[in-house]
Design a protein around this ligand. Structure first.
Ligand code: NAD
Length: 439
């Protein structure tokens, strides 16, 4: 979606007079190479060797020093998971800086560490925690569509690390920058790279338009059978989306008492089961706190938060979501950083993050993962209605100097729900181009 301002700043005249031009981001398309090579893999931690051989099997050339590359580098994977003393962080600079200097457009820096929460030695915890500051700062320095992200391992099992590194190297993470993802020791084995969701049944709420419609499209592209859910008033648009993705439509208001039961019944009766639920339906009803009325507060809390709690009770009950299933919630950076005029929305989206943390622990023994995306400024009908000046600030104030696309949110969700992401749970990934708002 482009507006007049975007058209003007990307015009040939604007380019000639030096108006900064956001880089066209490399986005995932099935069949494209995982990332441009060569990839520098270094650092001597416990995952580096496995990652290098997995990349080689995927057809991506690897090198172990920037000098070996003899030219530009597509990505840098630095495994510092074994660093136990702050002095060892020199490796980050010594190995990483020459490679970052040689990084191609839309390049990637992925650092692997050990989750400090799993360590007790003070020097080790200090060292591993330091990685977060370095990676987030590097994300703010990189230009030309390049990103920097951190994967924190909670053990020795490689599957989760590999899944997260693959996500961050690929075009699926085009608008994900400066993020930290923790992976546990769950194993997942080999996954079909082109159709990772083949045979899965996925429900997406709020699917008639915007981000929800794109989530339905991307999950279907990756092989899932999609049940598209939205309010009856959006019935025509909902039917169009359901037809396009060759799925089915279910008209319901997520705030109704029987919404969870009806979702389970529809998915099992029409498609034989339920594997994935994406709670995307959401509304805003902005007002300054002192003027916030009952209706605005309640409707936002009901649609964005209370309905999710209620539906999950039915979805996780007998005959509902399959073991090994996936739940993803759509939060917002307003739930992390707060936003003027959005005490109701900020509360609901922060609540969603709390829900994800608590529920992920509760259902771990069934192999079910629960995660959230927190979108920043995404180009949708909702953001197109924001007044010009506020919109431009929201759009440009991030490391990638542009707004994200609904597809960027959908691709992160599509990664969370892959069988290969079994080790990723209780996580909140911001899809915001490393917005200057919040952490
Ligand atoms: P949108 O308004 O374009 O679409 C939301 C969809 O949810 C609509 O189709 C609507 O009919 C549906 N919906 C609303 N109430 C419902 C209910 N009670 N039952 C069933 N369906 C209902 O919004 P969007 O921009 O696509 O946002 C999707 C999600 O992403 C929301 O949770 C939103 O809070 C979140 N989000 C969006 C942005 C952004 O920049 N657009 C940023 C952060 C978070």
């Amino acid at each position: 979606m482009t507006d007049l301002f975007t058209t003007i700043v990307s015009s040939p005249v604007a380019k000639r007079v030096g108006v900064p031009q956001p880089t066209r981001l490399r986005r995932y398309e099935p069949g494209l190479p995982l990332c441009e090579g060569p990839v520098l893999v270094a650092g001597g931690g416990r995952f580096a060797e496995g990652i290098a051989s997995w990349l080689a099997r995927a057809g991506v050339a690897t090198v172990s020093t920037a000098a070996d590359a003899e030219g530009k580098i597509g990505a840098v994977v630095l495994d510092l998971s074994a660093a136990a003393d702050p002095g060892e962080l020199d490796q980050l600079r010594l190995l990483g800086a020459p490679a970052v200097k040689a990084l191609k457009r839309n390049g990637r820096v992925v650092v692997i560490g050990t989750d400090p929460a799993t360590l007790t030695d003070v020097a080790e915890v200090t060292t591993q925690r330091a990685l977060e500051g370095a990676v987030r700062s590097l994300g703010k320095e990189l230009r030309a569509g390049a990103t920097a992200n951190l994967v924190l391992a909670q053990g020795d099992a490689p599957d989760g690390v590999r899944s997260a590194v693959e996500f961050f190297l690929s075009g699926r993470s085009a608008y994900v920058d400066g993020q930290v993802v923790r992976v546990d020791e769950s194993t997942s084995g080999e996954v079909d790279a082109l159709r990772p969701l083949e045979g899965k049944v996925a429900v997406v709420t709020g699917a008639a338009r915007g981000i929800g419609a794109e989530i339905a499209t991307v999950l279907a592209r990756d092989g899932a059978t999609v049940v598209a859910v939205d309010v009856p008033a959006a019935g025509d648009a909902l039917a169009r989306v359901a037809n396009e993705v060759k799925g089915t439509a279910l008209q319901l208001d997520v705030t109704s008492d029987d919404a969870g039961r009806r979702i389970v019944e529809h998915a099992t009766a029409r498609h034989g089961g339920l594997d994935i639920v994406v709670h995307n339906a959401g509304i805003t009803r902005d007002k300054l706190f002192v003027n916030m009325d009952d209706a605005r507060w309640r409707s936002v809390m009901d649609v964005n938060l209370r309905s999710v709690l209620r539906m999950n009770d039915a979805i996780l009950g007998e005959g509902g979501l399959a073991d090994g299933g996936r739940i993803v919630c759509v939060a917002s950076i307003a739930g992390i950083a707060g936003n003027r005029g959005q005490t109701n929305y900020g509360a609901s989206k922060a609540g969603v993050i709390g829900l994800v943390t608590a529920l992920s622990r509760q259902v771990a023994d069934r192999g079910i993962t629960v995660n959230a995306v927190a979108p920043g400024f995404i180009e949708t009908e909702m953001t197109a209605r924001i007044p010009f000046a506020t919109r431009e600030i929201g759009r440009r104030m991030n490391s990638l100097q542009q707004g994200g696309q609904p597809k960027d949110v959908a691709e992160t969700i599509a990664w969370f729900v892959q069988p290969g992401a079994a080790a990723v749970t209780g996580q909140v990934v911001r899809v915001c181009g490393q917005s200057l708002l919040g952490a």
